[in-house]
Write a protein that binds this ligand. Structure first.
Ligand code: HEC
Length: 249
């Protein structure tokens, strides 16, 4: 696979040999931006997961989970995993711009879904981490205006929402890298690879099923879960999904 080879050789041969378009030298900066955006998305999902019982409590009205409240909790989680306060990332840098666009997308999605989240009389509301993530990624794409894209995808046979299907490159990386028996857990894969006709840097961050996921994605395979989808029969610690990030250059 071209992209893999390009990445492995990046330190040894001039960038011009790898790719016709000029490649910026700072691939490590792009990788850390990719990881940072994945950390923030996961931080938001973690809050939604943690609050799931309260969100689905039919007696409780206002959950206090507006955009501002959610982003504060996500910021704490991000700081614990990433080691830095997202608010301190220079807003005029590429990283700062994209991270802020993503945090604004989180706020937008929470504010837009208050009626659903605070509805009394309904239990399960369908506002689960995966739905939150999809909405945030869509709002982010509008804000990042062709500079970057984030998508939650995974192995094709596990995909529920058609919009989340992996493209050819993602499918190949999932099969040949992330699902390889010797692939280190939690290790992201990244490469400079032309995407949609443009030079781009792509990062694939793996996510694994924990016990909470298996209520919907676990066994018995085929049994319909609370969201109306058939369970996939997944096992604990299997690759459950991938946060796929495209940074256009
Ligand atoms: C309450 C049931 C439920 C739980 C719990 C759950 N999921 Fe899902 N998951 C869904 C539904 C429903 C979708 C489709 C969401 C949509 O409409 O985009 C989905 C979508 C996804 C996707 C996006 C790709 C796709 O299939 O559309 C990934 C990745 C994913 N889940 C992984 C996980 C992981 C990892 C966990 C645990 C941390 C988890 N899920 C917990 C129900 C659940």
């Amino acid at each position: 696979m071209k992209a893999t080879i390009a990445l492995m050789l990046v330190g040894t041969i001039p960038a011009s040999v790898i790719c016709a378009a000029p490649v910026r030298e700072d691939l490590s900066e792009d990788l850390s931006i990719g990881n940072s955006l994945a950390d923030m998305l996961v931080a938001g999902e973690t809050v939604i997961s943690r609050e799931q019982d309260r969100i689905n409590d039919p007696k409780l009205g206002d959950k206090g989970l507006g955009g501002g409240a959610l982003i504060e909790q996500a910021r704490e989680i991000y700081r614990a995993t990433n080691g830095i306060d997202p608010a301190t990332v220079d807003p005029s840098s590429r990283h700062g711009r994209l991270l802020r666009a993503q945090m604004d997308a989180i706020i937008e999605v929470m504010d837009a879904n208050q009626a659903t989240i605070n509805a009394t009389g309904t239990g399960f509301k369908g506002f689960i981490p995966a739905v939150f993530a999809r909405l945030v990624n869509e709002a982010f794409a509008r804000r990042a205006k062709g500079e970057a894209e984030i998508k939650a995808t995974g192995p094709l046979e596990r995909i529920r929402n058609r919009k989340a299907r992996p493209d050819a490159w993602e499918t190949d990386v999932i099969k040949s890298k992330l699902l390889a028996p010797n692939w280190p857990r939690d290790q992201a894969y990244s490469a400079a690879v032309e995407t949609h006709g443009r030079p781009a840097f792509r990062v694939m961050v793996p996510q694994y099923y924990d016990q909470t996921c298996l209520a919907c994605h676990g066994s018995p395979k085929g049994e319909v879960d609370i969201t109306g989808y058939p369970k996939e029969g997944a096992q604990l610690n299997e690759l459950g999904g991938v946060i796929s990030i495209i940074l256009y250059r």
